[in-house]
Write a protein that binds this ligand. Structure first.
Ligand SMILES: [Zn+2]
Length: 129
């Protein structure tokens, strides 16, 4: 997920294709190690537990809790709330918060998918009802 020219536009790189293909279909795809049944963040490259070099892609529930957050200041005066979340499956990943008025540690979140005209579909995390 590099965003050099315009931080508001999410673009894929070679390793993140299945993540964005899933996002286009409203599915949160993360990495899974089949031999030892562990889940990893979308950008994980291998399994430190069993040494497997290949992780498969698998669909996560989209449920998460908020670990920490910060407000990023973008060129042009825009701000973007960035969050570190813990997925229900265990891994931590970065994402954007949406419609969270009072962030706090442990806040229950769920992934919702944004489908912009320009750039890739991507998840944002909003408060669970
Ligand atoms: Zn493993």
């Amino acid at each position: 997920m590099s965003a050099v020219e315009d931080p508001g536009v999410v673009r894929r790189d070679g390793r993140s294709g299945p993540f964005f293909d899933g996002a286009a279909e409203d599915r949160l795809m993360i990495r899974r190690c089949v031999p030892c049944d562990r889940w990893y963040a979308p950008d994980a490259g291998g399994c430190p537990a069993c040494g497997a070099a290949e992780l498969t892609w698998a669909e996560a529930s989209g449920r998460a809790t908020l670990v920490s957050w910060a407000v990023a200041h973008l060129p042009g005066g825009e701000t973007a709330p960035l969050a570190l979340v813990e997925l229900a499956e265990g891994p931590w990943m970065y994402g954007r918060l949406d419609r969270v008025t009072a962030p706090r540690e442990g806040l229950p979140l769920r992934a919702r998918f944004v489908h912009p005209d320009e750039g890739e579909s991507h998840p944002v995390f909003e408060e669970q009802d």
